[in-house]
Design a binder for this molecule. Structure first.
Ligand SMILES: [Zn+2]
Length: 339
């Protein structure tokens, strides 16, 4: 009774179907995410997203209904209209991508809206991992005067993980999923502290089951005991990247999330874009950053410290780089082109 389609950022879009009971199960999984973030039936949930074929925010909508909250879909509106709608209805929970939360904060500044004093008390993020990146989360929380929570899910699998009040790791929802973390090359199991590919089995999506599905998500195996009292497996730092996203630059392993974490710690940086290209047989990267030109030495020094890598950086004008409502695409891969 439901048809969903992926955004198809890596190849052909994937079409997925759900039965009534499978879709109910999605709503239950999202209710877990809301409960863990502290959302209740007293909340007014605003979904800042254009409702299309992508499953994520539809599931968030169903989950908000499930916890008994008042739900406001924010499709078909400009960013400024969304901000005004949120303020007008006294929304208390914002659901959107982390990238879009930062973009809304920029628009609010332009419109003279003080978000920190708004009624939004918590934000829940979907679509991309940023809210588990400490510097991204801090920036969202400062801009919104709210606590920011992450969740992880995928069209093929379900909403499989959430952050608790500790906020620094995802919990896999092990009531509904079996999680394995395996070496992506050998398939060998990892031990605590090691990184690997998350392999999932969903237990309640009977209309569209997936068994030992290789998610391509790179995660770290954390402890199963959390001060919040849950005993579900933790993934410190959330989804660290895609297994396929790792770049090897001058012998150093680099994940785009590592670049983002370093950049977001510099308050003058607004948006950025990484270009990957080939020099002979080797991969190289360069960076464009929306910041004043005099900040570039600080950006390069921060990246060199965080990644042990010198990354040539160029300042561009504010607003010069694209903004994203859904999955941000900040990596431009030109390795297939001739120099
Ligand atoms: Zn916890």
């Amino acid at each position: 009774m439901r048809l969903h389609q992926t955004s198809g950022t890596t190849g052909r879009p994937l079409t997925v179907l759900d039965t009534t009971e499978s879709w109910d199960w999605w709503a239950d999984c999202w209710a877990t995410i809301y409960h863990a973030a502290g959302a209740t039936s007293d909340d007014i949930v605003f979904l800042a997203f254009s409702f299309g074929p992508f499953i994520g925010f539809w599931a968030a909508y169903e989950g908000a209904k499930r916890i008994g909250a008042l739900v406001a879909p924010g499709g078909g509106q400009t960013s400024a209209q969304r901000l005004r709608a949120m303020l007008a209805i006294g929304a208390t929970v914002l659901v959107c991508t982390p990238t879009y939360a930062l973009h809304l904060a920029e628009v609010a500044t332009q419109e003279g809206i003080d978000l920190a004093s708004s009624s939004i008390r918590l934000t829940i993020h979907a679509g991309e991992p940023g809210a588990s990146v400490p510097s991204v989360r801090r920036r969202i929380e400062e801009a919104w005067g709210a606590r920011a929570y992450d969740h992880a899910g995928m069209t093929e699998m379900g909403a499989y993980a959430f952050t608790c009040q500790r906020q620094d790791a995802l919990h896999v929802n092990e009531a509904e999923f079996i999680a394995e973390i395996l070496d992506p090359v050998t398939g060998a199991p990892t031990v605590e502290g090691e990184r690997g590919e998350l392999v999932l089995t969903n237990l309640g999506r009977w209309g569209m089951p997936a068994i030992r599905y290789r998610t391509r998500d790179l995660v770290q195996r954390g402890p199963t005991a959390c001060p919040c009292g849950r005993t579900y497996l933790t993934l410190p730092g959330g989804v660290l990247g895609r297994v396929d996203d790792m770049l090897i630059i001058r012998g150093v392993n680099v994940y785009p999330s590592g670049i983002e974490d370093a950049l977001r710690s510099i308050s003058a940086v607004q948006e950025f874009r990484v270009t990957v290209f080939k020099v002979g047989e080797l991969d190289e990267i360069e960076l464009e950053v929306e910041c004043p030109p005099e900040v570039v030495p600080q950006v390069e020094a921060t990246l060199r410290k965080a990644l042990s890598l010198r990354i040539p950086t160029r300042a561009v004008a504010p607003g010069a780089l694209p903004r994203f409502e859904l999955k941000a695409r900040r990596i431009v891969d030109r390795r297939g082109e001739r120099a």
